[in-house]
Design a protein around this ligand. Structure first.
Ligand code: GLA
Length: 682
């Protein structure tokens, strides 16, 4: 079947005569899959209960006839005007009590039974009509849940929240304990007194805020599940998914992954961001890891510019190809864009598309068509999987949400950026890395990196401790183990239940102001045989007291001069490293290099020039090495064995066997490992 290639297809924006042209252009561009109907609700159900699918039958039949598979959207992402006119209570409400008006999209309260009932009814009609359609490949429910409406604070949501709380806590006494309501006279006598954390004169109760984030995620997931249930019932065996956004706090990707038949992601690289490929790599690793290495779908990216940043530059020549191959290199089996044909009107008319306003005699159309041809030339890639990494980085949505609540020692801690600071040195070293939740079995990893795990339960701490006892290398960074899952500080303070495994306690937090940094000096000869150079650190520092750990580095100035900045603790058969500050990137690289060397975690390919990413996928189709040059310079790369350039065919060249690859800036090579091929042949 090959790697799927295509786009969001919104035919309702165009007269039918354009559809014919679309089909022949899709063939020219080597499109194999489109995701259709995402915003078609008003056209498919122009009046309540009056469905018009005749036009969509023609779309489906046309696509099917052209051999293009459809990831069929359930059309429920933007309710039509008649729905919100008849039922204004469907509209979401902000924390300030203000209703959001229709006129954009995603203007629905996730708890609204009226919205859900109408959405499910539409999904049911679609499933009944298209379940057996030969073009149907999979279902795409909603669209980017929580993108615009992350939470609703209306009375319907309030009632739903109270139901959710009753289920979670059983009694109001338990709720009072969990929410620490003895503080500020907040004790509840009855669940009926509880409200969402609406705008209050000052900080709303943090545990209430945290539960409301969990509840809101749940409410969105129940919308997804309500539709999924009818799809699964009426079209058994057809996979169901939805497009997630990268590191999107309202939607816990790990929690959702259990209900998704395949992970699907929208990722919009920023051509002005020199680290855009790094952010992509981190997110792609999460997508791959969420369902244990199963191939995932890049459901949206831009062929060129977007329309929603302050300044929207196009992707320079070769960048779109490079970043698309990056997704495949990191396990994607589909590369789709938003969108097929650039809109003439509406809010996204300046967003690029596979077929731009300027037509097909354009760089964008040529680049996407060339990529389509290339992907089609290597169908054997589909279904291959990343070789399981020996390093993992832990991200916990619950802890992330709690970390970023208000009234903390510093409001400058943002988990995605902090976590990226830990991922960056692994990526730079060419190490393959899973991104996993803390309840995943960690025993298969040699190295586990845990950035800023603010909220830690006893069970979670025990999993990390037993990982180290069993011989693992653990690295944990500052402001970890501070609170439990109700945002209550652990007795004895930080790092709470991680105290024993880390071999230390934190007496006081000393967060640093913006534009301040402190010096850090390596203490020399850590037990693992590695040392840290001198350098700077910022954002955070803390007063660490050693309880068995040794200092690897110490602060050289500021209030904490002479006290530990980085520590190591031999524990059982393993070692736990702790970082009590944010080290500058070079120091963080040195630290991670030391820890991973001690763990025996090696890069995918040794000696790669800076900016070149290497990954491996393998399976029935063979073993493939991907080389991606994100650096600004051409690079010659020595290969460890004879390999064949599998993209040569798409360029009309011979597949020469090689031990060396010349990779231009933004170049991509996909190389078949001939040893593996020979082994399979014999
Ligand atoms: C998101 C949405 C699409 C479109 C694009 C534009 O990914 O899912 O409908 O709005 O953004 O970048």
């Amino acid at each position: 079947m090959g790697i799927h290639f295509g786009a969001d297809y919104n035919p309702e924006q165009w007269p039918e005569e354009v559809w014919e042209q679309d089909l022949s252009l899709m063939k020219r561009a080597h499109v194999t899959m489109v995701t259709a109907g995402i915003f078609s609700w008003a056209r498919a159900e122009p009046r309540p209960g009056a469905y018009d699918f005749g036009w969509f039958d023609r779309v489906m039949d046309g696509l099917g006839g052209a051999g293009i598979r459809v990831c069929l959207a359930t059309m429920t992402a933007s309710p039509p005007p008649w729905l919100t006119r008849a039922h204004p209570e469907v509209l979401p409400q902000g924390p300030d009590g203000q209703r959001r008006w229709p006129g954009g999209r995603q203007h629905y309260c996730p708890s609204s039974p009226v919205y859900r009932e109408h959405a499910v009814r539409l999904a049911e009609r679609l499933a009944a009509r298209y379940a057996g359609h030969p073009a149907l490949a999979m279902w795409h429910v909603g669209n980017e849940y929580g993108c615009h409406t992350r939470q609703c604070f209306c009375d319907v949501s309030a009632a739903d929240f109270r139901r959710w709380l009753r289920e979670r806590y059983g009694s109001v006494e338990q709720l009072n304990t969990a929410w620490s309501t003895a503080f500020w006279s907040q004790a509840y006598a009855d669940f009926d007194e509880v409200l969402p954390p609406r705008t209050a004169p000052t900080f709303p109760n943090p545990a209430q805020q945290l539960d409301y984030l969990r509840f809101s995620d749940d409410a969105l997931r129940r919308c997804y599940l309500a539709e999924k249930e009818v799809l699964a019932r009426l079209s058994p065996g057809v996979p169901v998914t939805t497009n997630l956004m990268p590191f999107h706090k309202p939607v816990d990707a790990f929690a959702w992954s259990a209900d998704m038949d395949a992970m699907a992601l929208d990722f919009y690289q920023d051509p002005f961001d020199p680290e855009t490929h790094l952010r992509a790599a981190f997110t792609f690793d999460l997508m791959r890891s969420a369902r244990g290495g199963q191939p995932w779908l890049l459901l949206e990216q831009a062929p060129g510019a977007v329309n929603w940043r302050a300044v929207n530059g196009p992707k320079p020549p070769g960048a779109m190809r490079l970043w698309s191959w990056q997704a495949v290199a990191q396990g994607a089996d589909a590369v789709l864009y938003f969108q097929w044909r650039q809109s003439r009107g509406g809010a996204e008319k300046f967003h690029s598309a596979m077929v731009p306003h300027a037509g097909t005699d354009t760089r964008v159309f040529r680049e996407v068509s060339d990529l389509g041809r290339e992907l089609a030339s290597v169908p054997e890639l589909a279904g291959t999987r990343a070789v399981p990494p020996t390093a993992a980085l832990v991200v916990d949505w619950d802890s992330w949400r709690a970390l970023e609540l208000d009234s903390h020692p510093s409001s400058r801690l943002r988990l995605p950026e902090l976590a990226l600071g830990h991922y960056r040195p692994l990526f730079a070293a060419g190490v393959a890395c899973d991104v996993v939740p803390p309840d995943r079995d960690l025993s298969g990893y040699r190295l586990v990196v845990v950035p800023n795990l603010y909220a830690v339960t006893g069970a979670c701490a025990e999993r990390l401790a037993s990982y180290v006892r069993g011989g693992g290398q653990l690295l944990v960074s500052f402001f970890s183990g501070v609170v439990d899952d109700c945002d209550r500080v652990h007795p004895g303070g930080c790092p709470g239940p991680l105290r024993e495994v880390l071999g230390l306690r934190v007496e006081e937090f000393w967060p640093l102001e913006e534009d301040t940094a402190v010096g850090v000096r390596g203490c020399g000869g850590a037990a693992g045989g590695w040392d840290l150079p001198d350098g700077r650190a910022d954002l955070w520092s803390e007063d660490v007291r050693l309880e068995g750990a040794e200092a690897v580095a110490e602060f050289t100035d500021g209030e904490l001069a002479g006290s530990p900045a980085v520590t190591r603790h031999g524990y059982g058969a393993g070692t736990a490293t702790y970082v009590g500050t944010r080290l500058e990137p070079a120091l963080m690289r040195a630290l991670l290099d030391g820890v991973r060397a001690a763990a025996g975690v090696r890069p995918v390919l040794a000696g790669l020039p800076a900016g070149v990413q290497a990954t491996v996928r393998e399976g029935a189709g063979g073993r493939f090495l991907f080389l991606l040059n994100h650096g600004g310079r051409a690079a010659d790369i020595a290969l460890p064995c004879p390999m064949a350039d599998v993209l040569a065919g798409a360029r009309g060249e011979r597949e020469d066997h090689t031990y060396q690859v010349a990779l231009p800036a933004r170049g991509v090579a996909v190389l078949r490992d001939l040893r593996r091929a020979a082994a399979t042949a014999t």
